[in-house]
Design a binder for this molecule. Sequence first.
Ligand code: GLC
Length: 437
Amino acid sequence: MTKQELLQTARETLEANWRAPGFSVPSGRLYPFQWNWDSGFTSIGNAHINPQRALREMETLFTGQWANGMVPHIIFHSEKETTYFPNFDFWDTTVNAGAPQRPKTSGITQPAVHGFVLEHLLNTFPDDAATIATVKALFPRVVNSHRFLYIYRDPEREGLMFMYHPWETGRDNSPLWDASMDRIVIDKGTLPAYTRQDTKIAAADERPTADQYDRYVHQLELGKRNGYDGPGIFAESEILIQDTLMNALLIKSNASLIRIGQRFGFDVGELEEWQQQSTRAFQQKLWHEELQTFVPYDVRAGAQIAEREIGSFTALSAGIASDKQAKILNDYLQSLHDRGFYLCPSFDPDSPHFDSRRYWRGPIWPHMNWLIHDGLKNYGFGKMAEVVRNDAIHLIREFGFYEYFDCQKNTAPDLTQGYGGDQFSWTAACLIDLIET
Ligand code: GLC
């Protein structure tokens, strides 16, 4: 496929995934609604081909925002679509008076990408009236979504937000969460009956296991019992983790909002306070001295989660890493590259938990390459940034517009396609941005 053909397929993918009232499904069959952070990356790609849609996507996402500021991880724009579990009725967000009646939503959130996405759109079209108007209108809403995280997810005012459901991190079944997932005692008698839909569409060995799914449902029920924002979540949940990626992207978005606010003369005092505290806490609490990488902190266990995985590298894109730390992260990526891996595996290939096919336990996700490419460039590691960019483009060209890809070059000769869902929006969008910039 030539570069032009590749771009054309990416455009067609985004076109095919566009839906009323103005958003992109991540992948028509597997994920038939609007997903929070997917929409952010899709906007970045759409900015090159259909700027109006890029803005619209963000506006539509925020129609699902709750009164407490939370932007849910799924917005169920269609109530007739029943091929997904857990659907809106299972989430039952009526337990929180501030959840919108319509559109229906889930009850948890996802990484805070919106601040940096808005800045990206503004930088792409700095003088465009429609872009300026949308960014100005969404600015207070995005700030409010950060306020939600600082109020409800940081009860001890440390500057680091916690997650209590792995789906919030965007890295659903990463081995990072295994230990806290294992602490949950499942009582089959109280767990509501449910039927998974994902394994009807994608291969079961590329998806989370049945035991993991029971625990996801258990955490959903815990959230629901607590109105999805009550203090009981912090008090009761076995999963309470200050994640690298979630906090890094919050910090990255804070920085973007501060710059946007300064440009338009908005008050950024609160943002600056959050930012100072968060950057300091991230450095102090999430750098693992022995592993020489950033790791999440398990609040319930009172310990760092000592694993090498992809979230660490988002500290580069957020500008949190010192030059020395950035060089260490760059050298680690270089060593994986030298050993014949495509970049960037989502989990440490040397770990016993590594699984090259299963979702977030090893495979490569193109939007993560987008973030890491951005981060490496920020720190002047142009050579490695090019490898990360070219590997993403190569994998998509060879194996199609899939959700994720094998990172082992030696298994690649037997492979004919990527993993998970096909015709994937953020795969197409990130490809366009990686090629065009
Ligand atoms: C999976 C991914 C998550 C993504 C969603 C929709 O759940 O783990 O990051 O947002 O699919 O693409």
